[in-house]
Design a protein around this ligand. Structure first.
Ligand code: AP5
Length: 218
């Protein structure tokens, strides 16, 4: 199964990607995670990307497309993958399409998480992430058993720098201006499936499972 998860910040793309990758043994590729890793390592890409990420702006296309196309070339993705947070512009979508055609591995489906703004704000202001294993929690929706500690590995939970209210508002604006056009783009290619991002994690997983079954994907 070869999927793109598309939707506004906080729609639950990363959370569902985790569940889906475990269930269907897919490779998870998140440009947000790759960029945060680069920032943490202070690599040249990380240094360039940080100022954009801190403001909630998109990192330039050439940086993210290079990151993903290199990953697609280096790793064996023939058993399936989930792209989470990529593509985010029409240019990125076209470069992705060409790279996947070269590999003879075109996308099966783009899942659009339709999510209301109130849900987004509540989810992002309450999000906490494990510093060690990257597991995603929420202070009220998906709380850890012990405050501030990861259930899976006992790592420390932290709040992302761009999960501050002002930056979140800009990320939503940027999404509406630069990314939401991809809904029509993939709609016209007849591979778009819309689901409600407002559902809870288990409900949404059930909807996704049924959607894949109906489309013959496994
Ligand atoms: P990125 O990391 O991709 O951020 P995003 O798209 O803004 O998405 P998020 O990670 O914030 O949200 P999510 O939908 O994954 O939600 P999650 O599952 O965590 O990008 C960050 C930055 O990197 C960008 O601003 C940009 O600068 C740069 N960047 C990345 N990709 C780029 C690209 N392609 N081009 C250019 N720049 C790029 O869930 C959120 C919270 O809600 C969590 O606390 C979770 O526990 C909770 N939750 C999740 N699902 C549910 C549910 N169903 N019910 C209740 N709570 C839930």
């Amino acid at each position: 199964m070869r999927l793109v998860l598309l939707g506004p910040p906080g729609a639950g793309k990363g959370t569902q990607a985790g569940v889906l990758c475990n269930t269907y043994s897919l490779m998870h590729m998140s440009t947000g995670d790759l960029l945060r890793e680069a920032v943490k390592n202070n690599s040249p890409v990380g240094v360039q990307a940080k100022s954009y990420m801190d403001k909630g702006e998109l990192v330039p296309d050439e940086i993210v497309t290079r990151m993903i196309t290199e990953k697609l070339k280096k790793q064996d993705v023939s058993d399936g993958f989930i792209l989470d947070g990529f593509p985010r512009t029409k240019n990125q979508a076209q470069i992705l399409e060409a790279a996947l055609n070269d590999l003879n591995l075109p996308l099966d489906m783009v899942v659009y998480f339709d999510t209301n703004e109130e849900t987004i704000l509540k989810r992002l202001t309450g999000r906490r992430i494990c510093r060690d294993c990257g597991k995603i929690f929420h202070i009220t929706n998906i709380p850890p058993k012990k405050d501030g500690i990861c259930d899976a590995c006992e790592g420390e939970l932290y709040q992302r720098d761009d999960d501050k209210e002002e930056t979140i508002k800009n990320r939503i604006k940027v999404y509406n201006k630069q990314t939401s056009d991809l809904i029509d783009y993939y709609g016209q290619k007849k591979i778009l499936n819309k689901v409600s991002g407002d559902l809870d994690v288990d409900e949404l997983f059930e909807v996704l499972k049924n959607t894949f079954e109906k489309s013959g994907l496994k």
